[in-house]
Structures are given as C-alpha cells and as structure tokens.
Design a protein around this ligand. Structure first.
Ligand SMILES: [Zn+2]
Length: 263
C-alpha cells in the first residue's frame, strides 16, 4: 500500500470510527453468510425485546468478532432435544439462547410427539471467539439446528461434526424435507421475539413459502418467513441468531430491520 492509500485508509478509519479489526471483520467475516444487512448497533434499550433476567454479562462484541464469558453449557439432552457433535467442545452458550431453544424444543415435542427430537449442532466454544468451521458463532448467540426430516432420522450424537443429510436435491427441496414441522419450528423460534436472522438456503425458503400459501397461511406467515435469509451451505440446517442479552452491555447486534417481510 503506498503512502497516499495509507493516508486515505487512515482518514476513513478516523471518519467512521471503525477500528482496523472491525473493518477487517466487516469485510472478511462471515464469507458464507449474507453481509447485506451488516450495520451493527450497540446493545441498548432501543429495542423492546423480551429479555431473561440474567445478572452476568455473557455476550461480548459482534457475532463474527466476539467472545463469551460466564457461559452456560448446552445439555446433551433434555425435553425435545439432543446435542450433536459432542466430541467437539462447541456447546457453550448464553443463557438467553439456551432458554429460547429449550423452550422451542418443548413446544415442538408437545405439538408433534415425534420420535426425533431437535438436533442441535454447534453453538460456541468455551470463551467464544473463532470457532473451527464457522465464520460467526463467536459470542454465544448463534446456534445450528438440523432440519427436520419426514423419516424422523436421528443423527448419531457422538460422531461427526457435520449434519448428515442435504435437503436440496437438483434444485428442489427433497421429499424428505418436512415442510410442516420445519415451518412450525421456525415459527416458534420467531415467536420468541429475540431472533434476528435465520439462515437457510433459498430453495428451502421458497418451499416453505409455497407451503404456507398452500395451507392458506401466507399472510400470517409473512413476518416469520421474512427472518429467513439465504446463505449457502444451509441446506441441512438452520442457523439461528438472536439479539443481545440485556445483561450484556458490550454486545453488538446486527441490524436486521432491512429484511423484507415475506418471501
Ligand atoms: Zn451456524
């Protein structure tokens, strides 16, 4: 970089208030995830979200450049869920996210009484920070959940580090993609009023949109489906991202207000 370019970059940094690391984060982080809506904000009471009353600060920084202190550990199993990839130490989580997912798991179990529980993948490493195989998952506010299948397949939780079924076949949702249960899963998650984005392949999002139209619920589903954002490599799981806990003043949330409702 020559002297003029260096001076220009310095000027930008001073004008915008960005640190060098946050600039790098903004452009390099999350290569597999959409950065269209990447404006970040300090966590404050600007948003009227329902919060859990947790005393300790847990989430620090932003999803793709953050840390996690005083974390909870996601249990290996509970009502309506199991944790996958147990050999990886990737089950560290904020209390808020753990409570939201466990509550959703319970609702799904009561609603469907299916033999297959929610299958939770990676959350964050102990202390947060860079997590192998992920661009975000750094401050305990991101979680992966295997998509639900019609054949109720349950992955072996002690083995592997990847989900074992791709639900997009030749550009279409596979016949094993459970439209009803995956839609209800997403609906329950959004109803927590804490979700920002849910990353999912656009083919599967379209299938869910058509499904809600076919059952005459598209109008009421618009807000729910609007949280779904296409990101590649999300043909086997959803990635759920929530807002900052109230007790984490140094947490930054990603502005999701530009996500259009609907499909
Ligand atoms: Zn993820």
């Amino acid at each position: 970089m020559d002297a003029i370019s260096r001076a220009f970059v310095l000027l930008i940094i001073i004008m915008t208030g960005f640190s060098l690391s946050s600039l790098a984060g903004a452009f390099e982080a999350e290569p597999e995830e959409s950065m269209v809506h990447s404006r970040v904000m300090q966590n404050d009471s600007h948003f009227n979200f329902p919060f859990f009353q947790i005393e300790s600060e847990q989430a620090l920084g932003i999803y793709w450049e953050g840390h996690l202190t005083s974390p909870d550990h996601f249990d290996n199993e509970g009502e309506g869920y199991i944790k996958l990839f147990r050999k990886r130490s990737t089950g560290w989580v904020t209390t808020d996210l753990a409570m939201i997912v466990k509550d959703v798991a319970k609702k799904m179990a009561n609603q469907f009484q299916a033999v297959d529980p929610l299958q939770v993948g990676d959350v964050a490493g102990f202390g947060g920070g860079v997590l192998d195989g992920h661009a975000s998952h750094q401050n305990g506010l991101d979680i992966d959940i295997r998509l639900l299948s019609k054949n109720h397949h349950i992955q072996e939780p002690e083995k592997g580090a990847d989900f074992d079924e791709n639900f997009v076949m030749k550009g279409h949702a596979s016949s094993n993609f459970d439209l009803e249960r995956n839609y209800q899963l997403i609906k329950h998650i959004v109803e927590s009023k804490r979700v920002t984005f849910i990353f999912l392949d656009r083919v599967l999002k379209s299938a869910l949109c058509r499904y809600t139209k076919s059952i005459g619920q598209y109008e009421s589903a618009k807000t729910i489906l609007g949280h779904l954002d296409h990101v590649v490599s999300h043909q086997d799981h959803i990635h759920v991202r929530i807002t900052c806990p109230q007790s984490s003043p140094h947490c930054q949330i990603q502005d999701f207000s530009l996500l259009p409702p609907g499909c």
